[in-house]
Each structure stands twice: as structure tokens, then as C-alpha cells.
Design a protein around this ligand. Structure first.
Ligand code: ADP
Length: 213
């Protein structure tokens, strides 16, 4: 079966509204007859969830090497592609991922400074042809995103403990991806009402999604 045009991902710093928008998108698509699989990265498969625990463990702050982080994200991704994404696409389902390979581009490539080349080579190895048709970046000012997540009142994980400058670099990495790869990455202003953001997101996804079965 043709697996093209049914795989989408959302990106953006924490608090940009990814999970809110994904829930809205999935209900819209399901009401149109699409069967949708939702994923959150890192995670989704049992092995990937175990890797997630290591990646987010706050006690590894200052201990985990940047390359270890890069490889673990890719290992988690390889497993979820193998176990969940590729089989779902083969079965004709739509896959919506909360973060995917462009997170690695922005966080490890840009913000950690490992560079786009290293990340892209590894992404090719990990993903092969299993890559989102379109990735929508929810762009928001770092302080605005933080103010939204602060309301959750949860203890920050290892990545969330990074300073504002780190997330500013992540944001710039996402914007660079949208500039350099406009065919597969689109950035939209996420500092608006959820309904206004969704109107843009929906238009972008529907412009690329294959027709409902
Ligand atoms: P992410 O998944 O990117 O971390 P969430 O969807 O969990 O973001 O949103 C973070 C917080 O901001 C949540 O409390 C959510 O209700 C709120 N939120 C989401 N979208 C908006 C929006 N457009 N305007 C204001 N608050 C929002």
C-alpha cells in the first residue's frame, strides 16, 4: 500500500501547544473518517518508553554526553518506526506524531551544537523513507511558552531544566528548518488562540493529506 501523505508531525518548544493542537487535529480527522494513530516522542513503543525514562531522568543532568543523547533519541525513534509507525502506515492509517526527527535537528543539532550534518546522517539511517510528509512547527516566544507550562506545576525533567538561552537556540533551529526545508517543514505563529492556530494547522495538513478512505 502507498504509505505517502499520511504521516505528519508537530514540533515546537514545550508550551507551544503541540498536544492541544494534536487533539484538535485528531478529532477533526476522525470525524472525517480517517483512522489515526497518535504518538508522543520519545516513546510510543515499550522499548522507546524505557529509553524516554533514561533521556528525561533529571539525575543525568550534566552527566549524559550530547552524542549519547542524540543516539538514544534515534534508538527510540527506530523502534517506534519498526513497531508502530510503519505498520500503521501500511494499514492505511494516518500517523500524527508529537515531535519526531526535526526535534533532533533543533535540540541536538542546533541547541546542543552537534550540527545539522551529523543529525541528518543519523536521521537517514534511523528513518530511511519513513519520514513525515509535513512537519508543522508551532512557533512561540520562549518566555510565553514557559509561562504556559509553568501552570502545570510539574517538576521539570532533564531537558526542561535547560536555561532560556537553550530553548531560544531550539526555537531558532526550528525556524532554520522551516527556512531551509520549506517542502517538509512549515512554521506557524502559535501565540494566538488555539482556534486560530488550529485553522492554519488544519489547512496545512489537509493540503497534503491523501483523501479519506
Ligand atoms: P506542548 O504539548 O507543546 O507542551 P500543550 O498543548 O500541552 O503544549 O500546551 C501547554 C499549556 O498551554 C496547556 O496548559 C494548554 O492548555 C495551554 N495552551 C495550549 N494552546 C494554547 C493557546 N493557543 N493559547 C493559550 N494557552 C494554550
Amino acid at each position: 500500500m502507498n504509505t505517502a501523505k499520511r504521516f505528519f508531525s508537530l514540533e515546537g518548544i514545550d508550551g507551544s501547544g503541540k498536544s492541544t493542537q494534536i487533539d484538535m487535529l485528531i478529532s477533526a480527522l476522525e470525524s472525517e473518517g480517517y483512522s489515526v494513530v497518535k504518538l508522543r516522542e520519545p516513546g510510543g513503543a515499550k522499548i522507546s518508553e524505557r529509553i524516554r525514562e533514561i533521556l528525561l531522568d533529571a539525575s543525568f543532568k550534566g552527566v549524559m554526553a550530547d552524542k549519547t543523547e542524540l543516539l538514544l533519541y534515534n534508538a527510540a525513534r527506530a523502534q517506534v518506526i519498526h513497531e508502530i509507525i510503519q505498520p500503521a502506515l501500511d494499514a492505511g492509517k494516518v500517523v500524527i506524531a508529537d515531535r519526531f526527527a526535526w526535534s533532533t535537528y533543533a535540540y541536538q543539532g542546533y541547541a546542543r551544537g552537534l550540527g545539522a550534518d551529523m543529525v541528518q546522517r543519523l536521521t537517514e539511517l534511523t528513518c530511511g523513507s519513513c519520514f513525515p510528509e509535513l512537519t508543522v512547527v508551532l512557533d512561540i516566544d520562549v518566555a510565553r511558552g514557559r509561562a504556559r507550562t509553568a501552570k502545570r506545576g510539574e517538576a521539570p525533567d532533564r531537558l526542561e531544566q535547560e536555561k532560556a538561552e537553550f530553548f531560544e537556540r531550539v526555537r531558532q533551529g526550528y525556524l532554520a528548518a522551516a527556512r531551509e526545508f520549506p517542502d517538509c517543514v512549515a512554521a506557524i505563529d502559535a501565540d494566538r488562540s488555539a482556534q486560530d492556530v488550529f485553522a492554519d494547522l488544519y489547512k496545512l495538513v489537509k493540503g497534503r493529506l491523501c483523501p479519506a478512505p
